[in-house]
Design a protein around this ligand. Structure first.
Ligand SMILES: *[C@@H]1O[C@H](CO)[C@@H](O)[C@H](O)[C@H]1NC(C)=O
Ligand SMILES: *[C@@H]1O[C@H](CO)[C@@H](O)[C@H](O)[C@H]1NC(C)=O
Ligand SMILES: *[C@@H]1O[C@H](CO)[C@@H](O)[C@H](O)[C@H]1NC(C)=O
Ligand SMILES: *[C@@H]1O[C@H](CO)[C@@H](O)[C@H](O)[C@H]1NC(C)=O
Ligand SMILES: CC(=O)N[C@H]1CO[C@H](CO)[C@@H](O)[C@@H]1O
Ligand SMILES: [Zn+2]
Length: 510
């Protein structure tokens, strides 16, 4: 197709000088135009992926569905251009969405455990347990099981009692409870909130749920539900960012980070036993950027001991929190480059470039992340503004963990058709689609994010793009070679089933 393009360019060069040529200018214009369209179709992520006969048929099905949905003009705006909060119920009726739901999605590489489970389940399940309490301090509410440091006994009440008093409007009460951990139900949603206001609400969700997840029985039920929701969404491997904060149980016994990692490991093994197609989980130890050097030192030492106790399970380290409001990666660089641990620096998976502006030092975090040898970049939304760096990112094959709905809910971009990942896709900068904190914005799993990736970020792409994303999610994971072989076997089988199903629909439509 490049030869075709070159030939057309040649024709135009030959014809411009010679009015006498018989080829009409319109014909030349059209030929070159067609050559450009053709060349662009094969350009970018997934453009040159090999497709077998079934995949080609499935591609026709998906493209027909896609065209139909992007063109339907009975609304002002295609669903792909709408904010997730308005679009969710429309997305759920979409044929493309239902196809993507069915699609095996390989690995998801960017997910925070305490925001991963749907808020609906937390309300319907955990808050209905008899241990569940709510604590109220200075107009803020926190879920808890035992009295918290910041929350005296006389300000903590069993949720069950509160619900009894609201017997006539339990639905309203439950929705109010859910608003503590769901951005869609926050007041900031109504107005034109700034990014700082959105982050304040977002952090308040983590503060609200923390007390529940410190209680071992809740922590366990929550993580079983996490695996269930992602596996229901056809995800086979998860790399989970977690702080491994300590737990306590009903007898007041406490569990430190190593024990917590062990508890998680056991939950995952039980789940694999019960769902043999699910491959597993790896952990990335993540600490809030709101820490001192001393605390970072402690965290790096903790990482070292965890990775020694759980090789192949605890696989990396990250720092989280609103970037432009907190310490920059550069401010931590001396410690991160030469951590006080004998095994040298951990594998880093830094959040970086989850910003719109250029105001503080932290806005250059993507540069520091690459210099600190990050294996992947969380978001990399701002990488587009770094013309030297993105070449390096592509050359070093550092994958960007793209979380479309997260970027929208946290105010970086309103219309996802303008998300910079469209540029990354066109330039073959590797990306993976993932969901960050779906439980805090009324989503679950990762299919909603795939919907936006397919419909808004790469509107011209077909199944080749999806195939590339799905297999890249395995490629850029932290799986060992032996694990890769196993998950590849599972995935090949599931992918073939999906493709056959889509190909069959193609026949049914014709
Ligand atoms: C909560 O979820 C657990 C599974 O984690 C289930 O066994 C239990 O029945 C659920 N309880 C309620 C009240 O929904
Ligand atoms: C709760 O108890 C503290 C003392 O422990 C007291 O200062 C505070 O006023 C009490 N608050 C309420 C709401 O009763
Ligand atoms: C960060 O630290 C400041 C000062 O110690 C504190 O006021 C703030 O609540 C912390 N924020 C988060 C999100 O932890
Ligand atoms: C791969 O799968 C086989 C069979 O299920 C299992 O015995 C083996 O332990 C797996 N290997 C890894 C590294 O997960
Ligand atoms: C030390 C510091 O500046 N911490 C800030 C980190 O970001 C949060 C908002 O996400 C602020 O509340 C903290 O003050
Ligand atoms: Zn994140």
């Amino acid at each position: 197709m490049y030869r075709g393009f070159a030939a057309s360019v040649l024709i135009v060069l030959c014809t411009t000088g010679s009015q006498a040529m018989t080829i009409s200018r319109t014909k030349v214009y059209e030929d070159i135009r067609a050559a450009i369209v053709d060349a662009e179709a094969g350009f970018g992520l997934g453009g040159k992926v090999f497709l077998n006969a079934d995949e080609l048929r499935a591609d026709r099905t998906l493209r027909a569905m896609k065209k139909n949905e992007l063109q339907s003009s009975d609304r002002d705006q295609p669903v792909a251009g709408m904010h997730f909060f308005e679009a969710k119920s429309l997305i759920e009726t979409s044929a493309v969405f239902n196809a993507l739901k069915l699609m095996p999605k390989g690995a998801i590489l960017h997910l925070h455990n305490s925001a991963a489970v749907s808020s609906r389940w937390v309300i319907r399940n955990l808050t209905y347990r008899q241990e569940a309490k709510l604590c109220n301090v200075e107009d803020r509410y926190y879920f808890t099981v035992r009295t918290l440091n910041n929350c005296p006994e006389n300000q903590t009440r069993p949720i069950r009692d509160m619900r009894k008093e609201r017997q006539k409007d339990v639905v309203v009460f439950d929705e109010w409870l859910e608003s503590l951990i769901n951005m869609k139900l926050k007041p900031s949603r109504a107005g034109h909130a700034t990014i700082d206001q959105l982050w304040m609400d977002f952090e308040s969700c983590f503060d609200a749920i923390r007390g529940f997840l410190q209680y071992k029985p809740f922590f366990e039920a929550y993580h079983r539900q996490l695996l269930q929701e992602f596996h229901n969404d056809n995800v086979y491997h998860i790399e989970l960012r977690t702080s491994l904060s300590k737990l306590f149980d009903g007898d007041g016994k406490e569990y430190g980070p190593v024990e917590v990692a062990y508890i998680l490991h056991r939950i995952v093994e039980d789940f694999r036993h019960q769902s043999p197609t699910f491959h597993g989980v790896k952990l990335i130890l993540s600490k809030h950027k709101n820490i001192t050097d001393k605390e970072l030192e402690g965290a790096l030492k903790l990482y070292e001991s965890l990775s020694t106790s759980f090789p192949g399970f605890v696989v990396g380290f990250d720092l989280v929190g609103q970037e432009d409001m907190n310490r920059s990666l550069k401010s931590f660089a001396p410690l991160l480059l030469q951590p006080p641990i004998p095994s040298g620096p951990p594998k880093y998976f830094f959040h970086a470039g989850e910003i719109v502006g250029y105001a503080s030092e932290a806005d250059e975090n993507v540069i520091d992340a690459v210099l600190l040898d990050t294996k992947r970049i969380g978001h990399g939304y701002a990488l587009i503004k770094h013309p030297v760096l993105w070449h390096a990112v592509r050359r070093k094959q550092i994958v960007l963990e793209v979380c479309p709905i997260s970027n929208q809910v946290l105010g970086l971009v309103r219309d996802l058709r303008n998300h910079p990942a469209g540029f990354y896709v066109s330039q073959n900068i590797p990306i993976t689609i993932t969901s960050d904190d779906p439980g805090f914005w009324d989503a679950s799993g990762v299919t909603y994010d795939y919907y936006y990736a397919f419909m808004a970020i790469a509107p011209r792409a077909g199944i080749g793009f999806l195939k590339q994303l799905v297999w890249d999610s395995i490629r850029y994971s932290s799986l060992s070679d032996a694990e890769r072989q196993n998950i590849t076997k599972i995935m090949e089988k599931q992918w073939a089933l999906f493709v056959r199903e889509m190909a069959r629909e193609n026949r049914a439509r014709n």
